[in-house]
Design a protein around this ligand. Structure first.
Ligand code: ADP
Ligand code: MG
Length: 360
């Protein structure tokens, strides 16, 4: 743990206890459309929770409800045990970063950061100290005097995060906060966000449609679909044990083996209404002419021919025709490894226990 910026003790702001959040059967309707349906959820203090889902699934609405920008049509929302549905947004102690949440364009970086402290009535000398520390914390020491328009996208995003965190709010709300950044910068900022969360311990709710971002950042993820929670779990739980076809295919790649043309072996018998799922990286690819390797009674082995090989840097993706099925296998690049091309005959094998059944 690093040092927490303790705004509150000296300056009489609200005590900053990380908040616990509870959604209790919350529905939000826009006319005929229910953007969020009967949402119940508890977020323990200090958790980094990500709301993940495709566009239009209700993620932003859920966050707006929490921020107090929209009111629920039904249900109640509690922060630290208190119903907040009648508390206006500006009275809620929260830091907010939206993708398009612009910095004040007419204020320098330094003044942008001072703003939330000034709003809380902090004295000038204290403000300067906190701003200095925060600028250092987000590696922007030399840029305090610049205007937002003189910063790169990544720098602006760092200022926005710093501004959201500087008053050490009990709750941090992020809506696609890194959406505008290119890949390298996004990864760098993900690391920064993780470090800030470790340091400040702020209860954080982050909305994204980016599965990789969700997996990297979160203690827990909720997957939303059409206004409802499809599944909630840790990143590893969600990836390794998806319960539905929607989650399996939305989060990572999945072979859905529906009516497989070969007899599929699994550890557990399939339940009705489920379909078999196998992650591409769980499949090993061998030359069909080679003697069987790595096959024991825990693995199933099938033979097929490569229809396509897609080079993706650290791994290759093989599309392999096995009877009527097209199976995608993903092989990590390793030195000395045999590489297959379209037309090659290959043997695929995987652990029976890697076959999972997901609901349709
Ligand atoms: P997401 O953030 O997951 O993309 P949103 O929460 O923005 O989804 O939207 C969920 C659904 O609610 C969508 O169908 C959207 O069109 C609808 N919606 C959102 N905001 C409004 C609004 N202000 N008026 C009418 N419909 C809205
Ligand atoms: Mg949105």
């Amino acid at each position: 743990m690093g040092t927490r910026l303790k705004v509150n003790e000296r300056d009489g702001c609200n005590t900053s206890i990380p908040a616990q959040i509870e959604f209790c059967k919350v529905t939000k309707r826009y006319g005929e459309v229910a953007a969020v349906k009967d949402l119940s959820l508890i977020v323990p203090r200090g958790e980094f929770l990500t709301i993940l889902g495709p566009s239009g699934s209700g993620k932003t609405t859920a966050l707006m409800l929490l921020a107090g920008f929209v009111a629920p049509s039904e249900g109640d929302i509690f922060i630290a045990g208190r119903s907040v549905v009648s508390v206006p947004s500006y009275r809620r102690d929260q830091g907010i970063v939206f993708q398009s949440y612009a910095l004040f364009p007419h204020l320098t970086v330094r003044d942008n950061l001072q703003f939330p402290l000034e709003m809380r009535g902090m004295k000038a000398a204290e403000r300067v100290k906190l701003v200095d520390r925060m600028l250092e914390r987000v590696h922007l020491n030399d840029l305090g005097g610049r205007m937002p328009s003189q910063l790169s996208g990544g720098q602006q995003q760092r200022v926005a995060l710093a501004r959201a965190l500087i008053a050490n709010p009990p709750l941090l709300l992020l809506d696609e906060p890194l959406g505008a950044l290119d890949r390298n910068l996004r990864e760098q900022m993900q690391g920064e966000l993780r470090a800030l969360h470790r340091e400040f311990g702020t209860t954080t709710i982050c909305v994204t449609h980016d599965q990789e971002e969700a997996l990297t950042l979160s203690d827990r993820i909720i997957v939303m679909r059409a206004g409802k929670i499809e599944q909630t779990d840790t990143p590893a739980g969600l990836y390794d044990r998806p319960q539905t076809r929607f989650v399996a295919t939305f989060l990572g790649e999945a072979n859905i083996l529906e009516n497989a043309s070969f007899s599929l072996e699994s550890e557990a018998p399939p339940l009705s209404g489920t379909v078999a799922m196998l992650r591409p990286e769980r499949i090993c690819v061998f030359d069909a002419a080679d003697p069987d390797r790595a096959v024991d009674d825990q693995r199933q082995c099938v033979t097929g021919s490569v229809e396509d090989m897609v080079y993706a840097g650290p791994f290759r993706r093989y599309h392999v025709r096995v009877g009527n099925d097209l199976i995608v296998a993903r092989e990590q690049a390793a030195s000395g490894q045999q590489i297959f091309q379209a037309g090659d005959r290959v043997r695929l094998n995987w652990l029976r226990s890697d076959i999972r059944f997901v609901r349709m």
